[in-house]
Design a protein around this ligand. Sequence first.
Ligand SMILES: NC(=O)c1ccc[n+]([C@@H]2O[C@H](COP(=O)([O-])OP(=O)(O)OC[C@H]3O[C@@H](n4cnc5c(N)ncnc54)[C@H](OP(=O)(O)O)[C@@H]3O)[C@@H](O)[C@H]2O)c1
Length: 217
Amino acid sequence: MYGSSEAVAGALLAESHARDKAFIATKVWTEGREAGIAQMEQSMRLWRTNRIDLMQIHNLLDWRTQLATLRDWKAAGKVRYTGVTHYTPGAFPQVEAVLSAERVDFVQINYAANDRDAEARLLPLAAERGVAVIVNQPFGGGSLLSGLRNRPLPGFAQELGCTSWAQLLLKFVLGNPAVTCVIPGTGKREYMVDNVHGGIGDYPDAAMRKRIADAVA
Ligand SMILES: NC(=O)c1ccc[n+]([C@@H]2O[C@H](COP(=O)([O-])OP(=O)(O)OC[C@H]3O[C@@H](n4cnc5c(N)ncnc54)[C@H](OP(=O)(O)O)[C@@H]3O)[C@@H](O)[C@H]2O)c1
């Protein structure tokens, strides 16, 4: 699903002897126990590791089967944490049902300054259950940022030390107390540098997050 990313990241970690500093997160996305095991073993080979930090069940595909395997793998020390992912508010009721009924360590969902359905139930539920939250699509898959391209950055961005819309949108997400981590996507080095600055300095409180949401509305 993600092309050569696991092979490239695995090679880079090995060459730079950085495995111990890295938190390796990947996903399983298939039906059936044997196919799930084969896919996860392939991930381990590509990452050149005998332990994955976080293995997530992509879009809840055959999640009962894969979660059963992941529990065994966690007990055996082959994964540190288990997780489930989704990318659309239409799936939130199903994600909520899984979080309520099962023990998982992480949930990965979509959340952005113009995509706030997760605030109603899912983020509070994750906080209540002690489940770590990874946010995908913080830029609305890119459409939110491209729509803001010609709009000047609001003056209050300075108060948060932000010099770009991308940083402000990342701080919006990270400022939510239920959120653990955000994973903006990019293939550009200058965007990665820009995005890292979204994780430095102060985070917005609820009032400031409302100002950010109002500014992008
Ligand atoms: N079901 C799931 O589990 C699921 C579903 C969707 C996404 N995800 C994951 O979530 C992550 C993010 O999703 P996404 O990539 O679809 O959406 P996104 O992070 O909201 O947006 C990515 C877009 O923003 C642009 N961008 C990134 N940083 C920028 C910057 N500093 N300035 C200007 N533009 C910038 C990128 O441009 P360039 O492409 O030009 O760099 C790309 O077009 C990915 O890792 C993806 O794998 C998971």
